[in-house]
Each structure stands twice: as structure tokens, then as C-alpha cells.
Design a binder for this molecule. Sequence first.
Ligand code: UDP
Ligand code: MG
Length: 312
Amino acid sequence: MQKLSIIVPCYNEEETVKLFYDEAGPVLASVGDIEWEFIFVDDGSKDGTILALRRLAEEDSHVRYLSFSRNFGKEAAMYAGLQAARGDYAAIMDVDLQDPPSLLPELLRAVREEGYDCAAVRRVTRKGEPRVRSFFARMFYKIVNRISRTEIVDGARDYRLMTRQMVDSILEITEVNRFSKGIFSWVGYNTKWVETENVPRAAGKTKWSFFKLLIYALDGVIAFSTAPLAISSILGLLFCVISFLAIIFVIVRQLVWGGSAFGWPSLVCIILFLTGIQLFCIGILGQYISKIHMEVKDRPIYIVRERGGSDD
Ligand code: UDP
Ligand code: MG
């Protein structure tokens, strides 16, 4: 029988682990002709998440878990889960039930019967989300899709079900700065998009502050586009041309009218403006160099402290 691996990143989710398991388990059982395993990845939680996972693994042989030595982030957790998956198919789901398990049969059908390599979920509403956050999220997708050749779908969740072949392709990408929304799209393959409404969290709190999301968005831009570098080069070129014209203007004025002692305030403005632009461009450069720095170190993406569940 074919097997489906369900990968579930958890960070401080003691309240939701059991809720998730109780809802997803019966859905999988109802499919009938498929084996399944849950791979919970405890991303260095500081609450009782690991206790909940140990208990589930003892009770049910479908449950396996990994526990990280510290919080490595959801991206690392998804990667670890995909590495541990043994199924012919793998799905990634949030534990807070914002990724409805009831969609699993539909996703599975798309991949098994309709010939897709991947079925992914995208939410068409952002109901219940703070306005400011929705606004910036929309802006992010607009900008990143304009400047990157890899398409990043607005509203795409990380909830998706993939074939083994696609999982292997994703695992080949071993970069440390992982931005999965881009990676899923970069590897290609046929994806079916299943649309859904935004579902509020079952319990617990979101782990993403506005600031954390902002940094994540910037990482996404830098990981999938070199446009900011091009923009800084173009700015540099533009100011070269302007300064060249200005020099000609100043020389001609000096030769024709002579004596130009005034103009000190405008000079200060120009100097401030140009140093600002320079620092901005050096900053962009620095962002890319810092990413190179992290990649070159080649540290592991995650460190496992404990594994459990069937024959682990
Ligand atoms: N998560 C994680 N590591 C983190 C942050 C979050 O594994 O550092 C998990 C979290 O437990 C949940 C999923 O990623 O299963 C999505 O997180 P959350 O629901 O907090 O994000 P939101 O849905 O609000 O964007
Ligand atoms: Mg959530």
C-alpha cells in the first residue's frame, strides 16, 4: 500500500498537538487505501509540546517525532520533516488547524488520480487578520513577483501535498536561508491550487510578530531576486550622469558669468542626499554578503536532540 507522510512543525503548541491529531487521524483513516505516518517536528518548544508528542508516539504507531535542540524556525522544521519522511507522498501542515485536514482527501486525489505532482492550498480571504498585516502582505507579493523570476503565489499557505519525486527535488536544495514559498515554486512541477477561506487558529497564539514577518519577507526577496543589486547599480549610474551634467553646467557658468560663491546650503543638501544613497546601496550589498557569509559557513540546517516513534 502507498504511504503518506504528514509533516507537522510545532513550536510551543502543547494546546494544539492533540487537537490536530484528533482531527487529522480520522480523516486519513477515512481515505481507506493509504498508509500514513505523522512526523511532528518540535522546533525547540519551551512548553510541554515534547511531552504531548511522546505520549502520542507511545499510543499510536503512526506517530513519529523529532525534537530540535533549539528553535531553528519553521523553514528548518519543514526541511527536517521532509528528510525524515518515508512516504510515497508528503504533506506539510500547520498544527493549529489553520490548514484544514478535511482537504487532505481532495489534495491526495489531485496527485494520485488527476496527474498533478503537487496540490497546494491558497487562501482567498485574509479574514480575521490584522488590516496592516494584510496590506503589507499584499505589497510584498506584488513587489517580489515583479522583481523575481520565481513566482510566489499570494495567499499560498505552506499546506501542500507532494509526490516523492518533488520532495526529493526540494531536498536537493540545501541552502541555509530557506524560503519555502519560493523553493516550492522554483523546483517546478505541476501544482494544482485548491482555494479555501482563512481559518482562525484552533488554540494558542501565532508565533509570527510583525517584525519577524518583515525580516522573513526581506529574506524572501533576497533569496529569490537580485533586483535590489541591479537597482543600486542603476541608481549609481543615474547619479553619475547627473553629476556629469552638473559639472558641465558649473564649468560653463564659471566661464560665462564667473564668481559663484553662493550655493553652500544646496551643496550640503546634495552631499547629504548622495551619502544617503551610497549608504543605502552599501546596505543592499551587505544584505547579500551576509547571506553568502551564512551559506559559506555551511552549518547544519537543524540539530536533532531527540527522535521518537516507530523504529526511530
Ligand atoms: N512554527 C515553527 N517554528 C517557529 C514558528 C512557527 O515550527 O519558529 C510552526 C507553528 O507551530 C505552526 C506553524 O509553524 O504549526 C505556523 O505558525 P503560526 O500558526 O504561529 O503562524 P501563522 O499561522 O500565524 O502565520
Ligand atoms: Mg497559524
